[in-house]
Ligand binder design. Structure first.
Ligand code: F6R
Length: 259
């Protein structure tokens, strides 16, 4: 695992955007796995700048988002469909036919249908040749996507019940009204994520430091789903100083440019 420690959120974002843009420049028809949340906002901002000022071309890129809340229509301001449009897609030249985000309109009681839908999502990823790069944020409890602690490390795209901690963490986006925070989500599984050729995990802020330490220093456990990235052949972890503050400096591939 390559660990890069940057000074702050902005530097972390620029470095991660550089890795994404290199992937797209090397292979214009790249398949990108994308994340939502606060962590990737700076990366998306920089990719938009690169598109506008440097002509970074997304016209042949295919995207697959990690997850979506169940019960939110694409037009809901807190849906991940809406987030992706507003934070990235509407500012770059990605072809909307190549955008994939799990549907939030599933009926939680129709388990068979959800199961078939998740299988279809996986098939689309395979048909696209698999992901070249998966961008990930990390939850304070070590979740990736909505794979909460205890999730099977081999799992594929499926429906998951959100933990109380994740719902509380996300309540800020729903006027702090827990009744409005969805209880379920569709998420790529850890197994799906691990098949991406590059896994790029970003984390910023002191509240992520514990999860980052457990991810990097192990043990590998389903109780910290992100810890599985230790097994990935090309995992890149870009964190800011606060998120990396609990890491021992004994790691071989650690790169810091802190003064
Ligand atoms: C988002 C996702 C989540 C977030 C994680 C961190 O698509 O899958 O795993 O990456 O909850 O969220 P932020 O970045 O808001 O701290």
């Amino acid at each position: 695992m390559l660990i890069v420690i940057k000074k702050n959120y902005e530097e972390m974002s620029l470095e991660a955007a550089r890795v994404v843009s290199e992937t797209v420049r090397e292979k214009p028809s790249s398949v990108l796995g994308l994340a939502t949340g606060s962590s990737p906002l700076g990366v998306y901002k920089e990719l938009i700048r690169m598109h506008k000022e440097e002509g970074l071309d997304f016209s042949k890129v295919t995207t697959f988002n990690l997850d979506e809340y169940i019960g939110l229509a694409p037009s809901h301001p807190q849906s991940y469909h809406y987030f992706m449009q507003e934070s990235l897609f509407k500012y770059i030249n990605v072809d909307e036919r190549f955008i994939h985000i799990p549907s939030g309109m599933a009926d939680v009681n129709d388990v068979n249908r959800i199961h078939r839908y998740c299988g279809w999502y996986e098939e689309q990823i395979s048909k696209g040749g698999g992901m070249d790069l998966q961008l990930l944020g990390i939850g304070a409890n070590g979740h990736i996507g909505f794979n909460e602690p205890g999730s099977s490390l081999g799992a594929r795209t499926r429906i998951k019940t959100l933990t109380q901690q994740t719902r509380e963490d996300n309540a800020r986006f729903f006027n702090n009204d827990m009744n409005k925070v969805p209880k379920y989500a569709i998420t790529m599984g850890v197994g799906t994520i691990m098949e991406s050729r590059i896994v790029l995990l970003i984390a910023s802020g002191r509240q992520k430091a514990e999860a980052v330490k457990k991810t990097v220093e192990g043990p590998i456990t389903a109780m910290v789903p992100a810890s599985i990235v230790q097994m990935h052949r090309k995992a890149i972890l870009i964190v800011d100083e606060e998120a990396g503050s609990l890491l021992g400096l004994q790691h071989e591939q650690i790169v810091t440019d802190l003064e």
